[in-house]
Design a protein around this ligand. Structure first.
Ligand code: HMG
Ligand code: MG
Length: 287
């Protein structure tokens, strides 16, 4: 029997958040509606962050209210704090994600607080989500490298991942934010993290800046991971990580998994339509 891999589509959020030109809400809705027919169990639709931090996500509520929801799909949103959580819940996000970093400088630049402060900030989010029966995913950014601090110690990643798990996240997504990972670095990082978090509760979130993302996925498969984040068309980046390029492309990831005999359940025809739709967005590949 083929081993199953879950691909968590983050294009509408991580993919679009870095686009310089504001993408019209209807285009975002059309993209999510198309992706809803591709066979994903999860689509990260948007994020509830102040518009002054990420202008592209200012229409988060309109996006969630505008989409036609497929029963089989869980629509997720990033929530950096309780204000974001309340807005996401009001807009009926099915799942939320909190996001921390393994690098102090990145934490300050991205969410304006230290790692320890961010964990404190997440406590009320988790409490409210638990009361509302909303699953919470946790991200750790800069799991191998940081745009400000360089190489990151695997033990630092493991500690933050363990904290997010203890808080109550059902899954920890490990972000190679700037794509500086190599199979050897990913391997060392995963070995450290797995001391605290089982592989079944880990996801690989690999940006493809240096073209290593697919090899990093292969290294992670060997470590037992079966969930990977990707963005349609390889869109993406992070506005607070200079030079960060797109997430690994969903189609390339699904093709690689297919050729390695893993089952993703994705429909390549629908994915091709979604790629065509976003190809009109402009020059997203050269940043
Ligand atoms: P802050 O400015 O320190 O927040 O930002 P604050 O609590 O001082 O509030 C300032 C103002 O914003 C107040 O309004 C708040 O009410 C309001 P004012 O009194 O000035 O009128 N406010 C909000 N409004 C809407 N939604 C909210 C919200 N919160 C406060 N949620 C904060 C702190 C965490 C909010 C900010 O730094 C932030 O949102 N940062 C997020 C930046 C971001 O979205 N980065 C990209 C996502 S992370 C990523 O891409 C990495 C990932 O893909 C994994 C990987 O690749 O590594 C996940
Ligand atoms: Mg990312």
């Amino acid at each position: 029997m083929m081993d199953k891999v879950r691909i968590y589509e983050v294009g509408p959020r991580d993919g679009l958040q870095n686009e310089k030109t504001i993408v019209p809400t209807q285009t975002k809705v059309a993209l999510i509606d198309l992706l809803s027919n591709a066979g994903f169990s999860h689509i990260e639709a948007t994020s509830f962050v102040p518009a002054k931090w990420v202008p592209q996500m200012a229409d988060a509520a309109e996006v969630l209210n505008g989409i036609t929801r497929a029963k089989s799909v869980i629509y997720a949103a990033l929530t950096p704090n309780i204000i974001g959580y309340e807005k996401a819940h009001a807009a009926k996000a099915d799942e939320v994600a909190i996001f921390a970093a393994a690098s102090e400088t990145f934490s300050q630049k991205n969410i304006n607080c230290s790692i320890a402060e961010s964990i404190e900030r997440f406590v009320p989010v988790i409490e409210r989500a638990r009361a509302d029966n909303i699953p919470v995913r946790g991200y750790v950014s800069c799991v191998v490298g940081c745009p400000y601090e360089g190489e990151i110690d695997p033990e630092a990643v493991a500690k933050v991942a363990a904290k997010l798990l203890d808080l109550g996240c059902y899954e920890i997504s490990l972000g190679d934010t700037i794509g500086s990972g190599t199979p050897a670095k990913i391997n060392a990082m995963l070995k450290a993290v797995k001391e605290y978090v089982p592989a079944e509760q880990l996801a690989g979130h690999y940006h493809d800046t240096n073209g290593n993302a697919l090899d990093n996925v292969k290294a992670s498969l060997a470590e037992g991971l079966r969930t990977f984040d990707s963005a349609i068309g390889g869109l993406g980046g992070c506005p607070y990580a200079p030079g960060a390029k797109g997430n690994v492309s969903t189609v390339k990831l699904a093709q690689m998994l297919d050729s390695e005999n893993y089952y993703t359940g994705l429909d390549f025809d629908v994915l091709a339509q979604a790629e065509t739709l976003i190809s009109t967005l402009g020059e997203h590949h050269d940043r």
